[in-house]
Design a protein around this ligand. Sequence first.
Ligand SMILES: Nc1ncnc2c1ncn2[C@@H]1O[C@H](COP(=O)(O)OP(=O)(O)OP(=O)(O)O)[C@@H](O)[C@H]1O
Ligand SMILES: [Mg+2]
Length: 348
Amino acid sequence: MSPLLELRDLRKLFPVRDALGRAQGAVRAVDGVSLSVAQGEVLAIVGESGCGKSTLGRLALRLIEPDAGEVRFGGEDLRGLSAAALRARRRDMQLIFQDPFASLDPRMTVEAAIAEPLRLHKVVPRGQEAARVAEWLERVGLRADHARRWPHEFSGGQRQRIAIARALASGPKLVIGDEPVSALDVSIQAQVVNLLQGLIRDLGLTFVLISHDLAVVRHIADRVAVMYLGRIVELGPASQVFGAPKHPYTRALLAAVPGQGAKAPPLAGDVPSPMAPPTGCRFHTRCTFAEAGCREHDPALRGGSHAAACHVFEQLPPAPLARETETGGDRLRRLQAFFSADKPGAAA
Ligand SMILES: Nc1ncnc2c1ncn2[C@@H]1O[C@H](COP(=O)(O)OP(=O)(O)OP(=O)(O)O)[C@@H](O)[C@H]1O
Ligand SMILES: [Mg+2]
């Protein structure tokens, strides 16, 4: 089966100017990313702040234009579409933002917010909008009579539930969640993750989860793409990436999860400037395993269904994380306890 979403060698540069408007160079936010997402798959994109996760998500939905590369949705090249055709495709592609305070218009009632995409895409006849909104409110753990209220009357978790209803009500095929729970309190995060997971399963959604929270990713992703400085450095089934990470960067990221009990070397130093990424392997300046060649040659992603962009991963000692990650991490356990204890209707 052909993938629902296919990205080929995508690139996006952001020009950087000084105070006088003079060009200083460019940030290579996404720098040659190829990736496909199968129908019904949950793919997570992880990596440190600034590595290009959000830019990649926005490119995938064509909210911003790539400088180079292809975006195919259902086999169709989105670049060739007219504005009208792209608007029609919007029904199939939705984005859930991190900040539920910013993503809901304070001047719109909950009903208006959820009904807007229904109306825009003519999902239901006008007379049925209110009923559909009520249905969605209940589906996300709120009450039908919440429809008449305003966003400011709700907590962060409730607002995110409203934002989720708004994103899903038009029946999209692909949803990108850009840190959809990061702004919420940890106890509420678990409930909202649980809600999302249930909806993904029930609706058969294809979901791209952008998150720096590895506990959340581990809980819901089928596959994981690890990004570093605009590139994918590891890509594979979640169980393998977490259980037997190949790339030294992934190992270090996992080691940084508190309580993980990992023996992998932690990440040293800051991420280099994305305006001038290191030569050769971009990770070599922070890699404890780097060899001379890593400074010169840019590694390709290799290794089949669980791939890494690293010259030396075969020679590394077995990842010391494999057993610990299966149970490990205080935070992970706390989250898991929440997931299993989630009660329907106990909306945060
Ligand atoms: N509109 C923009 N103009 C200029 N630079 C940008 C713009 N958007 C992103 N960048 C830069 O591109 C790089 C990648 O940013 P991006 O937001 O995609 O990272 P991210 O992985 O989502 O980070 P975070 O985890 O903090 O959300 C960063 O260096 C960022 O500063
Ligand atoms: Mg981001």
